[in-house]
Design a protein around this ligand. Structure first.
Ligand SMILES: [Mn+2]
Length: 352
């Protein structure tokens, strides 16, 4: 069944006549169109892609299953015209702004509107073979960048320089860009789980955490490695070993039928038993695909069950304020029997 057919199946289940897609990843997933400024209007019979003059040719080439309409800069006015007479319209309530919601209500003044953001994201959560192939390539590009950049890291280099080298390596290997603002956090900054690369220079006696990823043909990768500069003390080795044990146990726990909550608990309990539970304040992982952060997640609240074809990160960490921190992150593919680890970069403590 095509993605559009699956979408219509879900629309029937929800008794919708039409669904409006504005989130770029959802639009790309359903139509194939990778340009910006697009709205999809999907009914049980028709599929329309609204864009403007700049993208008409590209949309025709990339989205053959859709009727392409030049809607200028007012997609809502066009929606009002083509959507006249529909009764029940679904939309992405987790994406649309308050202002745009007003315009949507105005466009469909005779219809009932339903916020059903999961209609498309649930489809996206299970990847098909072509998507898995692109994610594998995005992972490989990031693995290779880690290997290359590791050889160039020197005391005195800034975190920004290291981040730039990672991006340069990935772009040379075919990535269209980084999948998010890279985290390159050294020394005391490594205690900040989301410490983006700063002008700080790296010194001996520090952890250096690098969290980065590539976009390859629209698909994201995400990897974190923490290395040590100089001579680690026992506490550094102990914390690194604890995070690694938790990470391996988390990977072991990934399997179809397990909830995100269960997998999170397996890794978290190892960090808690080691006495560092208070220093692991985020979830264990998230799904990755056309977006860097997708559902389902691996965290304390996630009830949804893993299914074969889902692609999730496993990334526990320990962050001690005024001391430093460690995170280790791989991407894994949920298989029929468990999972396959896609990330290949080494995980034993690397000392530079
Ligand atoms: Mn991540």
């Amino acid at each position: 069944m095509s993605r559009l057919q699956q979408m219509r199946q879900h629309m029937r289940d929800e008794n919708l006549n039409a669904y409006v897609v504005m989130r770029p990843e959802n639009g790309r997933y359903l139509s194939g169109f990778s340009g910006g400024e697009t709205t999809l209007y999907i009914t049980l019979e028709n599929a329309v892609l609204l864009t403007d003059f700049r993208y008409i040719e590209q949309a025709k080439a990339q989205a053959p299953a859709f009727e392409i309409i030049d809607a200028g800069h007012d997609h809502f006015a066009k929606l009002g015209e083509i959507g006249r007479g529909v009764h029940k319209v679904g939309f992405e309530g987790d994406y649309i702004t308050y202002v745009d919601f007003g315009k949507l209500k105005n466009a469909f003044s005779q219809a009932e509107l339903f916020s059903l953001p999961n209609l498309v994201s649930n489809l996206r959560s299970v990847k098909d073979d072509s998507e898995i192939g692109l994610i594998r390539q995005a992972v490989k590009i990031a693995d290779n960048a880690f290997k290359e950049v590791l050889m160039t890291i020197e005391i005195g280099q800034s975190e920004e320089e290291i981040g730039l080298n990672l991006e340069y390596s990935m772009r040379r290997a075919g990535a269209s860009g980084g999948s998010f603002d890279f985290i390159v956090a050294s020394g005391l900054r490594s205690a900040m789980p989301h410490g983006t690369a700063s002008p700080k220079r790296i010194q001996a006696g520090e952890f250096l955490t690098m969290d980065f990823g590539a976009i390859y043909q629209g698909y994201c990768s995400d990897i974190t490695r923490t290395v040590f500069i100089g001579d680690p003390e026992d506490k550094h080795r102990d914390i690194y070993a604890t995070v690694l044990r938790a990470q391996m146990a988390g990977i072991q726990a990934v399997a179809p039928g397990r909830s995100g909550k269960e997998v999170d608990a397996v890794a978290r309990s190892i960090i808690e038993e080691a006495g560092y539970g208070d220093y692991f304040g985020h979830g264990l992982g998230h799904s990755v695909g056309l977006a860097i952060h997708e559902g389902p997640n691996l965290n304390k609240r996630e009830e949804r069950l893993l299914q074969p074809g889902m692609v999730v990160t496993v990334e526990p960490g320990i962050y001690i304020p005024d001391w430093g921190g460690v995170r280790i992150e791989d991407i894994v593919l949920v298989t029929e029997s468990g999972c396959e680890v896609l990330t290949q970069a080494p995980k034993e403590l690397i000392i530079l």
